[in-house]
Ligand binder design. Sequence first.
Ligand SMILES: Cc1ncc(COP(=O)(O)O)c(C=O)c1O
Length: 377
Amino acid sequence: MTRGLQDLIMSPHPVPRPGVLAIDPYVPGKSAAPGVAKVHKLSSNETPLGPSPQAVEAARAATGHLERYPDGAATRLREAIAAKYGLDPGRVVCGAGSDELLSLLAYAYLGPGDEGIFTAHGFLVYRIAILAAGGAPVVADERDLTADVDAILDKVTSRTKIVFLANPNNPTGTYLPFEEIKRLHAGLPPHVLLVLDAAYAEYVRRNDYAAGLELVATSDNVVMTRTFSKIYGLASLRLGWMVGPAHVVDAVNRIRGPFNVSGPGIAAGVAAITDDAHLAAAVAHNEEWLPWLAREIAALGLKVTPSVANFVLVHFPDAPGRTARDADAFLTRRGLVLRQVGAYGLPNAMRLTVGDAEANRLVVEALGDFVNEAVHA
Ligand SMILES: Cc1ncc(COP(=O)(O)O)c(C=O)c1O
């Protein structure tokens, strides 16, 4: 090595830029229960109905030419989404899951010194995306495990560039009525991008809820993200989409990978979004079992946060042998895999995805046994 190069050495190996090593890697929901014959995975908010058979068939048919690049603009899928929601396809961007789009939005709008806001028990990917983009995460308090518009607005500074809000939120299942979303938007400076993450929108059955399309259509700083991973049952294909103002769409299209959505993904997405009967069945299933689970679990004496999504947050006592960790071990031994949510600031709760009838009944039975065993221990 020449002397000139020696002088240039700053560290013995390449060092990521500030922020990267501050990221706690995302830990997905468990999927295994060692030694148990039948496992019910209720840890990632996946649908118990699976995808539309038409989507499966479309994906399979699209494997005929895997040597060919897909349409980088995902035109057919954007058109199908736009037709369903009455949108301009030019305002839609598809992604490898909505996670990718959340990251791309952070990359496009945050730089060193910029701040991104999310709420105390908000979806973990926001923190990761903000730090990865070089920005600073800013956490707004919640009230009753629900986003609080005033607390978010209180956190806005001249450095704020983006606000991420999951509505409904994961892992709490709580939501803000559209009036509150509009109040949040009205209180933000026009240069701040408001990202409404509506991953669970299809499940919500409340008159005062709106996913955000109207706000996207009438403003210059609002984006809505959606996913095919939850009610459409296509999590494995990695498929999401966003709609936003033309200037935001332009920015995201400049930085996304040129072929970020696969051919089978595009084909399956088109088939899924046009299968209204399958969607209706998934909604009906949730409408039946979400209240049932909430009621039955509450009847066992465990606190359940009211949810409008396809999962419930169950709270456990802070007493030895009765904690969320103890419950997790107990349920896992029976093949019932839920999600611990300590990383969300909820160390004594677990998130339970609405499963099929068998899984739901088994969970309630097992939680009943857990509560009784703990009481008699
Ligand atoms: C609130 C929320 N947003 C986004 C996602 C990401 O979904 P995907 O990347 O699979 O589209 C999830 C998945 O857990 C979620 O809960």
